[in-house]
Design a protein around this ligand. Structure first.
Ligand code: GLA
Length: 692
């Protein structure tokens, strides 16, 4: 019966463009429930205080060889002197297999390549957990998947405690005292202030993952009170939400003693030179993380050795990490799955649905070297349209015409109903994995509300009518619609689609979208780029459309919250400020911004639930992004590792590399492999060679 409305076809020509607008309810439909798919293991829910505390212990230990080869030789101070006054102590009761033993290696495989070590200057290290392991942040969120929902608050980390002023506008944080960078230089408020003043606030620097001043609310200031105390001042009262933004990757300070001398404010360097001052060949970059890079062979491997100054211990006073070495094989993401399943790698986030069936089959065998455990559906892809109409990314005439279309609701509706999500999901993998994803928050996550989700089912005829109504007709009979006369010279409607070639799933989904736009009369042209190039183009606004795997904001909401809407000039991934510095928000985007800001400003849970219902409604009704598919991921870890927390999701508050707390993982002695490439050695001088 709905067909009837669109059977108008030629008769529509008699109607004016505006009369052709199709009432929204005609296009909406019942959203099918995702196929039943139970997570394979559940977390043991605990309080933050059950996981860790900060305190001095009567004695401390380290691997014997560190004592005999380094401390006894006078090359390193004793372990007690290398540790902070009160180290971070992991509680035994929360360690699934208890206190561990030293030794062995975790062999990662990654698909990215390191640009260099200046993480806060905006360089990627190639992902897959490298930067997560090198950078420690004021707070920590990955392990929160196991914290009771009503006690949810980020874990203390470099900030070991904090308190709010009575009026809630000031947050005083106490930094861990006496902790040191991996080269022995003290960590203190100077590192924090250098990160904030000269990297976050300096708009010439784009720290990775997009930390900007707005991430912490407009008008927010940060000052040093003393070497171990910092004070935030917010316009809002009690914006506890920002504690999440102080975790990975938006508040992880870098080593100021090495970085500052290269920063343009303190040197003759340009910003480009600052960013690139620590190329991948630069070894022993000082870190606060558990392992330090000591060897780099291009397109082959990055090796890291234990950080002798790491500031976390177990309850018996054993300095962490337990694992002496970390490998990052420089290969492909697909190879990461293959190697983890085969046992030549140790870890993978199984996230490319195309390889699920094969990986499952091989992991089911008793002799399989790795365990594979599926979690909830937290991997999701969307088609994002560049919504800037005022110059972000410097569009030419055609691009500007596309931006205008992107900003038109009927156009976005036409695109969304031209996507056959069922078919798209099945093209990746058959079975109960993929679910129809209409956009917005993911089904099955805490803030999702089905009743607030507007779903526009596949309806190609209606999509065509909508485009007719926009006066996009195929005037030259070549099968492609043309822009109206006077727009982009009445040319064919051609749209470029940015996608990441590092992942088969990204390009497969993008190919699917391209194919599905064809019967609609829109020519979508693939702009497929390597991960690094893609990220750069995306950050610079140089795209019409982009198919992307989305961030944790769509899963947890409380992480990266500011990116849920264009709350600031640079917070959104697909709508940033134009040439005049302002974001030309559409009316519904303004509504999204208001909702998100209210969410950030309140800690009242009932109110937050209500606000996210509004968010979901506004988002999906207006097709803020075109949802594509949503599916579960599986964590693959070699069976020899102990202390892997039950129910660790590959992606929730952060990636599994953070959530499993790698510094606490260990390999029982009888299972240890012979994988260390640089046994019984520690990192050397910054910039110097790796172990001989
Ligand atoms: C990449 C991988 C993810 C995860 C992250 C960690 O994005 O695809 O599975 O390992 O890196 O940053």
């Amino acid at each position: 019966m709905r067909k009837h409305t669109y059977a108008l076809g030629g008769a529509g020509l008699l109607l004016s463009v505006s009369m052709l607008a199709i009432p929204a309810q005609e296009l909406t439909g019942e959203l099918p429930d995702p196929p039943e798919f139970a997570a394979q293991s559940e977390p043991n829910f605990v309080s933050v205080g059950d996981i860790l505390e900060f305190k001095a212990l009567p004695e401390y230990h380290e691997p014997d060889w560190v004592t005999s080869k380094y401390v006894d030789e006078g090359k390193l101070p004793p372990v007690a002197e290398r540790l902070p006054k009160e180290p971070l102590v992991y509680k035994t009761a929360n360690m699934p297999d208890g206190v561990g033993v030293y030794g062995d290696t975790m062999r990662h495989v990654i698909g990215g390549r390191p640009e260099g070590w200046n993480y806060i200057g905006g360089q990627s290290q190639g992902w897959g957990g490298i930067d997560i392991g090198l950078s420690e942040c004021l707070t920590r969120t990955g392990p929160l998947f196991q914290v009771k929902a009503d006690e949810l608050e980020p874990l203390p980390n470099l900030a070991k405690s904090w308190e709010w002023s009575e009026d809630g506008h000031e947050l005083t944080m106490h930094l861990i005292e006496g902790a040191k960078w991996s080269d022995g230089d003290p960590f203190d408020a100077e590192d924090v202030m250098f990160y904030w003043n000269d990297n976050v606030l300096d708009s010439n620097v784009s720290p990775l993952n997009g930390a900007t001043p707005e991430t912490f609310g407009e008008g927010t200031t940060l000052e040093q009170v003393d070497p171990y105390t910092i004070k935030w001042t917010f316009k809002e009262a009690f914006p506890k939400q920002y504690l999440y933004a102080m975790a990975y990757g938006t508040f992880c300070p870098g080593p100021s003693h090495i970085l500052k001398p290269e920063h343009p404010k303190y040197s003759d360097n340009t910003y480009e030179q600052y960013k690139n001052a620590f190329p991948p060949e630069y070894m022993n970059m000082p870190v606060m993380g558990a392992w330090v890079p000591v060897e780099y062979r291009p397109d082959d491997i990055i090796v890291m050795r234990r950080n002798p100054y790491y500031w976390k211990v177990d309850e018996e006073g054993n300095q962490l990490p337990y694992l002496n070495e970390m490998h990052y094989r420089l290969s492909t993401w697909a190879d990461r799955d293959v190697q983890a399943v085969a046992g030549s790698g140790d870890f993978s986030n199984l996230e490319q649905a195309e390889s699920y069936v094969e990986s499952l089959r091989r992991s089911a065998e008793d002799s399989a070297p790795a365990r594979l455990q599926f979690g909830a559906r937290t991997i999701g892809y969307a088609l994002r349209m560049n919504l800037s109409g005022n110059g972000w990314g410097d569009p030419d005439e055609r691009e500007q015409a596309v931006r205008e279309l992107n900003r038109n609701l009927d156009f976005r509706k036409a695109v969304t109903i031209a996507v056959d999500r069922q078919r798209l999901g099945e093209s990746l993998v058959r079975g109960p994995f993929t679910a129809i994803y209409p956009g917005g928050l993911y089904a099955g996550t805490a803030f999702y509300d089905k009743a607030s989700t507007v779903y526009y089912p596949f309806n190609l005829d209606a999509a065509k009518s909508l485009l007719d109504g926009l006066d996009l007709k195929d005037t030259d009979g070549n099968g492609i619609r043309n822009f109206p006369e006077g727009t982009a010279g009445g040319a064919d409607v051609e749209i470029t689609l940015l996608a990441n070639t590092d992942y088969g799933t990204d390009t497969n989904l993008a190919e699917g979208v391209i194919a599905m736009m064809e019967p609609l009369g829109i020519r979508v042209i693939a702009n497929f780029q390597s991960g690094t190039a893609r990220d750069d183009m995306s950050q610079a606004g140089q795209f019409d459309w982009s198919v992307e795997r989305q961030g944790s904001e769509m899963v947890s909401v409380v992480q990266n919250t500011a990116t849920l809407a264009p709350t600031g000039p640079r917070t959104s991934y697909f709508h940033r400020a134009g040439t005049d510095g302002t974001v030309d928000l559409l009316p519904f985007e303004q509504e999204l911004v208001d909702v998100v800001n209210k969410f950030i400003a309140t800690s009242d849970n009932a109110e937050r639930v209500e606000l996210m219902k509004q968010y979901q409604k506004i988002y999906t009704e207006n097709v803020y992004s075109v949802g594509l598919t949503q599916y579960p991921g599986a964590l693959i870890i070699n069976k020899r590792f102990a202390n892997v927390p039950a129910g660790t999701p590959i992606f929730m508050f952060n990636w599994a590399e953070d959530s499993v707390m790698r510094e606490r993982l260990y390999v029982p002695e009888d299972k240890q492999g012979n994988y260390e490439l640089f046994p019984e050695t520690l990192p050397g001088e910054p910039g110097g060679e790796g172990p001989a």
